[in-house]
Write a protein that binds this ligand. Structure first.
Ligand code: PEP
Ligand code: MG
Length: 574
């Protein structure tokens, strides 16, 4: 049966492929009673499933994907083998089959629930996170029991595979950078959640906030994912398939055509020069930034260097990563944001369960609470500044004390380098992200203390409209065109321009071509976005006239009616 599910589109384009259910969560497991005389054969069936998975893991070991570090892959397989062979997974379910006279799948599900609960209580965050591995191994056993062996959650990903997950963390998605697959879709998350942001950097069409996709879609079903419209079509018929194949081809051709403006100078019709820079998460993202003509890195989300590992990156390791970006960008400016950890990006040793993580110890708050960790990062950034133009960007500032403390810690880091006679750029600029309404409303003071500002609209919208950006239940309330947001943006940009300080927008709206013109109309001249959006936005800039846009923008800023605002913004884009 064909049906359609609607969610929030994360990145453009169309993917056509087969569903691979990730994090199976044992949703389909049925429970039935096994007659006493069949218990022995049910236990044997369970043993056979364990053996099948043992063989699978052995086979996987022989086929290390070329793009995954060998040691990392071996560690992954060894951990899964240990989990599989532990008696809590390979023996206890058989006791349950015996004591409860139940089927093997049900016994496995009960034992998995028990293990996950036990692991959830563990204080050590590394061990606690291992419950995902236990779940993956149990899923393998379950698939073997259901007669569908194989299909490792990550290792067997193929190019025409569409990952269907209930939820994925930003750390999960960053692992996907090592794999080639067509798309991923999730039930949870909003279009500006960090999961969606990383997905955008993978440059594959994806949709989040689908609510029920994981329950409704079956393994291997044919799917069409329209990442622009935020639509997933399950089991499409031939007519729909050929229509979407055509659209896919058109999309591809449009992308190819856009490449022609890659080297064109970015200026409007009335000769206003505009800077289009790239947001990156890892040093290897520089390749896409350069391919799409970025003139710098406007936001390096350094916290991704801290994810998916059992330890913390040392000062030297961080220095090498920052230096690599500087070298690879060949003289272009790099804005390095100090780590924005906390909330949905947790690392071992610093994660804590908070009642409202987005309002808790995140970003600069965590840096100030962990000055040693911050000190190492600051030294690493400063050391890299000896190799090219680097600016330091502090996330989530909300008051002057935080600015003062951050500046003090930067001065301390400089002093320690001076003492060791280590070179760095003495004039490195220090900027702040404006992403908390309090900062936006105190913008004059922030501008006095900082060299530049960058507006993080993802959080500014989250905190101004009081909507959790990671919560799919309120994703529909995310509205960059809310009069309050437009008013704040205009105030911030105007204030910075008035005092001649550099102001950029680095939230997701910077990469939305429908909003390019209203931002130009507010006086914005610097945008930072995912590389995949650079050329579409550039095309918009090249065909815009700022003089005209200023007048149209003033009219929008005087409007309170949301429908009328939408009409006026649409009119700007014709
Ligand atoms: C933002 O909040 O807009 C931003 C750029 O930072 P992040 O998305 O990483 O929170
Ligand atoms: Mg932010």
């Amino acid at each position: 049966m064909s049906f359609t599910i609607h969610g929030a589109g994360v990145s453009g384009g169309i993917a056509i492929g087969h569903a691979q259910l990730a994090s199976h969560a044992l949703l389909e497991v049925t429970h039935y009673t096994v007659a006493k005389n069949k218990i022995r054969s049910e236990k044997a069936r369970f043993d056979r499933a364990i053996k099948t998975v043992q063989k699978e893991l052995k086979n996987l070991e022989k086929h290390i994907p070329t793009d995954v570090p060998e040691a990392e892959f071996e560690a992954f397989i060894n951990l899964h083998r240990m989990i599989l062979e532990d008696s809590t997974l390979s023996e206890t379910p058989k006791d349950l089959i015996e004591s409860m006279s139940c089927n093997a799948e049900w016994a496995l599900k009960l034992q998995l629930d028990h293990l996950v609960e036990q692991f959830s209580k563990i204080e050590d965050s590394y061990l606690r996170e291992r419950k995902a591995d236990i779940r993956q191994v149990a899923e393998r056993v379950l698939k073997a029991l259901l007669g569908r062996p194989g299909q490792a959650p990550v290792a067997s990903i193929e190019e025409n595979t569409i990952i269907v997950a209930h939820d994925l963390s930003p750390a999960d998605v960053v692992v996907f950078k090592h794999h080639k697959f067509a798309s991923f879709i999730t039930d949870l998350g909003g279009a500006t959640s960090h999961t969606a942001i990383v997905a955008r950097s993978l440059n594959i069409p994806s949709v989040v906030a689908l609510h029920q996709a994981r329950t409704l879609i079956q393994e291997n079903e044919m799917l069409i994912v329209d990442g622009t419209a935020g639509v997933v079509i399950v089991n499409p018929d031939e007519t729909v398939l050929s229509e979407y194949r055509l659209r896919q081809e058109q999309w591809y051709l449009e992308q190819q055509k856009l490449k022609r403006i890659r080297r064109t100078k970015t200026a409007t019709i009335d000769a206003v020069e505009v800077e289009l820079q790239a947001n990156i998460e890892l040093p290897e993202d520089v390749k896409a930034a350069k391919e799409n003509g970025a003139t710098g890195v406007g936001l390096f989300r350094t916290e991704f260097l801290f994810l998916n590992r059992g330890d913390l990156p040392s000062e030297d390791e961080q220095y090498e990563a920052y230096r690599k970006v500087v070298n690879d960008m060949k003289g272009c400016p790099i804005t390095i944001r100090t780590f924005d950890l906390g909330a949905d990006k947790q690392v071992e040793g610093f994660s804590r369960v908070a009642p409202n993580p987005a309002l808790g110890q995140r970003a600069i708050r965590l840096c100030l609470a962990e000055p040693k960790l911050f000190h190492h990062q600051l030294r690493a950034i400063l050391r890299a500044s000896a190799h090219g133009k680097i600016r330091i960007l502090i996330p989530m500032l909300s008051n002057v004390h935080e600015i003062d403390q951050a500046l003090h810690l930067i001065a301390e880091a400089k002093k320690s380098l001076d003492a060791e006679k280590i070179k760095y750029d003495k004039n490195v600029e220090i900027g702040g992200m404006i992403e908390v309404p309090a900062a936006a409303l105190s913008i004059q003071t922030f501008l006095q203390k900082l060299d530049f500002i960058s507006i993080g609209t993802n959080d500014l919208i989250q905190y101004t409209l009081a909507i959790d950006r990671a919560d799919d239940a309120v994703a529909h309330l995310y509205d960059p065109m809310h009069p309050a947001i437009l008013g704040l943006l205009s105030t911030i940009i105007k204030a910075a321009n008035r005092v001649g300080k550099s102001v950029a927008v680095c939230g997701e709206i910077a990469g939305d071509p429908n909003l390019t013109r209203i931002l130009l109309g507010m006086g914005l001249k610097s945008f930072s976005m995912h590389p995949a959006h650079l050329l579409t936005v550039k095309q918009k800039v090249l065909t815009s006239n700022v003089d005209e846009l200023r007048i149209a923008t003033q009219k929008i800023l005087r409007t309170q009616n949301p429908d009328r605002i939408d009409q006026l913004v649409d009119a700007m884009n014709v």
